[in-house]
Write a protein that binds this ligand. Structure first.
Ligand SMILES: Cc1ncc(COP(=O)(O)O)c(C=O)c1O
Length: 472
């Protein structure tokens, strides 16, 4: 390293016997090392009387010239920080004043039970079947698969997703119209930019939802007029009144977070609106795999693939860490979406290979089946516990998905959240999901959004017990 370079780095010297963590900073190696050694002595990391590494060993470990180390040692000897004992090495002087490093305060108590949105039971990640799929996928992949990927995604992955979506969600998906993204949030950003480029100025959104997604639309300079939500889902009948608005973002199968499905009448209504107004429906099918009703509601996209942009994600069904999502795009928008996505292959090709094998081998279906059983059990336990211990509280939105909403008596949300936090329980208040521009109509003023998928099977009974204790 050139002496003149500014450095700020941590180097660990281990071969010398003493494990010495040095922060090299300053404008040169000699000055940096001298200061780092002074710091180590001052702070007590190098205690009085301790032996320093031999100059050759330290130089080797730090990758610097031995002469630099000997010069530093000489200077510190002259300054009185170090002493030399003939024949036995260099030591930290006994009389230097040392200031022990202060104890680092213990971190603030983490919540013992996290039932917040977005999280999942990560202990349930299908490690062994995922690894087995990886082994098979890598053994079978052609050499060419290890190069750069198609920005829209590998064709065999898109074929596997198309088949899966047709089978499980009734989605009409020509693989050529599927675009892979790094999860829904990324995909929504891509589509938002495409819409903006196509002249859209706004996208109507549900009056309850995650603010990050409203933010993604805002980042693309789109306005986000709210549509009120009730027991039949979003009030799509109001779309006609939004002048100039030609797109709407919905969670039709399971409104997030209130949990109702868009009613059949409103599904028909929103499709009629899209046809008559030249509108576009963005369908976020984030937890479509987790339906508990006998006749699962299919995706809206299957009813009119030319009017619906369909978004799916592996975040709920496998794990958010995969950062994998898929967008099924109407033909006329495909070019605009591909342009907005750009030339970057955002999803690791290796993960695409594994995912494809995971889906086509049937491992994905069995994983979802076992998770669905576990969530169905928890859902029943949640309803039973609330009914028996807090009977005045209504649980809504339970036909599907991984979260439920407990409707609280008006004015109690803030103190329930505080009581929960004191017990180490992380839950969200319903009001946190409310669109800031939506009128308060008092339908659901106070509530708790409980993500019952967020803890492991063993932690769930404890989390549930804490939850019912804080209910009014
Ligand atoms: C409403 C909703 N949509 C989509 C997602 C998935 O987003 P992503 O694929 O970016 O993880 C989530 C995850 O929490 C969600 O709550």
């Amino acid at each position: 390293m050139a002496e003149s370079q500014t450095t700020s780095q941590t180097r660990r010297s281990t071969r010398t016997g003493v494990d010495l963590l040095l922060q090299l900073r300053g404008s040169g190696t000699r000055a940096g090392l001298t200061e780092a050694l002074r710091d180590a002595v001052r702070s007590g990391h190098l205690p009085a009387g301790s032996r320093l590494p031999a100059s050759r060993a330290l130089a080797n470990d730090l990758g610097i010239a031995r002469s630099t180390v000997t010069e530093c040692y000489s200077l510190l000897l002259e300054e009185g920080w170090l002493t030399a004992r003939h024949g036995s090495g260099t030591f930290v002087a006994e009389r230097v004043q040392q200031h022990r490093v202060k104890e680092v305060p213990a971190p603030r108590r983490e919540p013992s039970h996290g039932l917040g949105p977005g999280a999942a039971d990560y202990a349930d990640f299908p490690r062994s079947t995922w690894l087995a799929a990886a082994r098979r996928a890598f053994a079978a992949a052609p050499h060419s698969a290890f190069g750069y990927g198609d920005p829209l995604g590998r064709m065999e992955t898109r074929v596997a997703i198309a088949d899966y979506l047709a089978r499980v969600r009734g989605v009409y998906a020509d693989p050529g119209r599927i675009v892979l993204s790094s999860g829904y949030q990324h995909g929504l950003g891509v589509v938002a930019r495409a819409l903006k480029n196509q002249g859209h100025e706004s996208v109507a959104v549900e009056s309850y939802g995650l603010d990050i997604y409203r933010g993604v639309l805002g980042d693309a300079e789109l306005r986000i007029p709210p549509l009120e939500v009730d027991e039949e889902g979003a009030q799509v009948q109001r779309l006609h009144r939004l002048d100039g608005n030609r797109a709407v973002l919905l969670t039709p199968a399971h409104q997030f977070p209130t949990g109702h499905a868009l009613s059949p009448e409103r599904r028909a209504m929103v499709l009629d609106w899209a046809r008559s107004a030249g509108g576009l429906i963005l369908e976020d099918d984030y937890d479509g795999e987790f339906r508990y009703d006998r006749k699962p509601i299919g995706a809206l996209q299957g009813l009119d693939p030319d009017r619906v942009v369909y978004f799916g994600t592996a975040s709920k069904s496998i794990a958010p860490a995969l950062r994998l999502g898929w967008i099924v795009v109407p033909d006329r928008l495909l070019g605009a979406v591909a342009d907005a996505k750009g030339r970057v292959d955002t999803v690791s090709v290796l993960d695409q290979l594994i995912f494809t094998e995971f889906v086509t081998s049937g491992a994905f279906d069995s994983h979802i089946r076992s998770r669905r059983q576990s969530y169905r059990r928890r859902r029943t336990q949640l309803v039973d516990a609330v009914q028996s211990r807090a009977s005045g509280i209504r649980v809504i939105g339970m036909q599907a998905g991984l979260q439920a909403v407990l409707i609280l008596p008006a004015g109690t949300e803030a103190w329930v959240l505080q009581a929960a936090a004191r017990r180490g329980l992380l839950v969200s208040g319903l009001s946190a999901f409310r669109h800031p521009g939506a009128e308060r109509d008092g339908r659901w003023s106070d509530g708790l959004v409980v993500n019952f998928s967020a803890v492991s099977d063993s932690a769930w009974p404890g989390a549930l017990e804490e939850l019912v204790r804080v209910l009014p």
